[in-house]
Design a protein around this ligand. Sequence first.
Ligand SMILES: [Zn+2]
Length: 323
Amino acid sequence: MFLPHVPSPPEAGSRPTLVSRRRVLGGAAAVCATALLPWRGARAQPLAAGPVTVGRIKVTPLFDGFYPLPLDVVPDAVSPAGTALLEKAGIPPAGPIPTPVNAFAIERDGRFALIDAGTGPAGGAALGKVSGALAAAGLDPARVEVLILTHLHVDHASGAIGADGKALFPNAELILQHSEIEFWLDDAIRARAPQGMDGFFAAARAVLAAYPRRVRAIEGEQALWPGLSALPLPGHTPGHSGVMIADGGDALLMWADTMHVGALQFPHPDWTVLFDVNRIQAADTRARLLDRLAVDGTVVMGSHLADRGRIVREGAGYAMMPV
Ligand SMILES: [Zn+2]
């Protein structure tokens, strides 16, 4: 199985600058606030692709809902180039950008794993549909053996717990990068974060607390479960990680939040979002991964992509050809 070369996670103790963290945290707070507003139109599609098999592994997308991403969360998109790309995609140039949220169920030989859990009750009525999607797929949460969290942002992790704060997956082991746990449990970072960001720390900690003695912290590229391995993609958060799904010579990469807005970031991979904890590292990770995927042809799917496909070069940037 070929794993694309990507940068290693940041050294222990290395931290994004306070400036970048402030920008990030402010942006994330904006997303959190707007996610609670009623959805206001704009063309939007959930993940168009249904279940797919990778060797003996069945991958089922679980659509959690949309959140309306304010345009200024992608600062470079507040520009003539951004306006043109948004119009081309049928998105109002002033935003917000309808952003799908996906989790993924994995089945192999009658066993089940989950990659991310969606927003849960934390995101308001427009989100939190993963538990319904699981039921629709006939998957009993008690049969989920491992819940792999790509990172601890609300739209990926908070669906692991119910409104009462209790674990929704009673037998699942929670797997995530050690650097991700370390970041969100760091009281000093939390204390320096803007007030509006505090809820994100609280949400991340609530998820971890609901799975006592059931958290498996991993380091770097590591086997997670039969056919699944971690692919660190740092920058969006320190422990942000993709999941490579591989079996029988077939492979599919779930790249999580490597990209938030395909219409903007495929043509401009250097355009970052305010809630990347380290925007420079996030852009670098994205550029390296896109470069390798355009060569090796691995099919990719994402937390915020409306489809899955292969990456190709297009002009000075990239495009995704749905498969
Ligand atoms: Zn996300």
